[in-house]
Design a protein around this ligand. Structure first.
Ligand code: 5GP
Length: 138
């Protein structure tokens, strides 16, 4: 966390403007300044951590609850057929703002955003060994 706070903390403090669509004690949601689609909204825990694994159960529960509420509001307002929820952790994943946030991205048939990734080839044995490593990790 920078001393001045992330750009999202500055929005939370009303130091810079944003189009806020939802707010409660622990969470704020506002329109993305560079939307991938009409209604692209960011849902942000007020507690500033870079990654979701550092956020903690209380704030994670609050942001999960708000995600459902805000997604419902976006669908009702935009009338979109569906939506993606995307959450990046670390620059290698595409994260640009080091303050946890969830993207709600409205989707429409033929919008060109795509949705399929290229899966790796794996064996059942490698999946079993990997699952074991993850179960045992702290
Ligand atoms: P990331 O790549 O970190 O997952 O996504 C960051 C998002 O924050 C981007 O979609 C970007 O457009 C958005 N963003 C960055 N700065 C601002 C800002 O000052 N205001 C708003 N509303 N959105 C921002």
């Amino acid at each position: 966390m920078s001393a001045a706070g992330s750009i999202f903390t500055r929005i939370i403090r009303r130091e810079i403007p944003a189009h806020v669509v939802y707010e409660d004690d622990a969470v704020i949601a506002f329109l993305d300044i560079n939307p991938l689609a009409e209604g692209h909204t960011l849902v942000v825990p007020k507690r500033e951590t870079e990654r979701i694994d550092a956020l903690g159960a209380v704030d994670l529960a609050a942001v999960g609850r708000a995600l459902g509420v805000v997604a419902g509001k976006v669908v009702a307002a935009i009338g979109c057929e569906g939506y993606n929820i995307l959450q990046n952790n670390g620059p290698v994943s595409g994260q640009e703002v080091p303050h946890v946030h969830f993207h709600i991205i409205p989707r429409a048939a033929g919008d060109g955003l795509g949705y399929r990734w290229n899966p790796q080839k794996v064996t059942p044995e490698s999946l079993a060994a990997l699952a074991n490593r993850i179960r045992q990790a702290d």
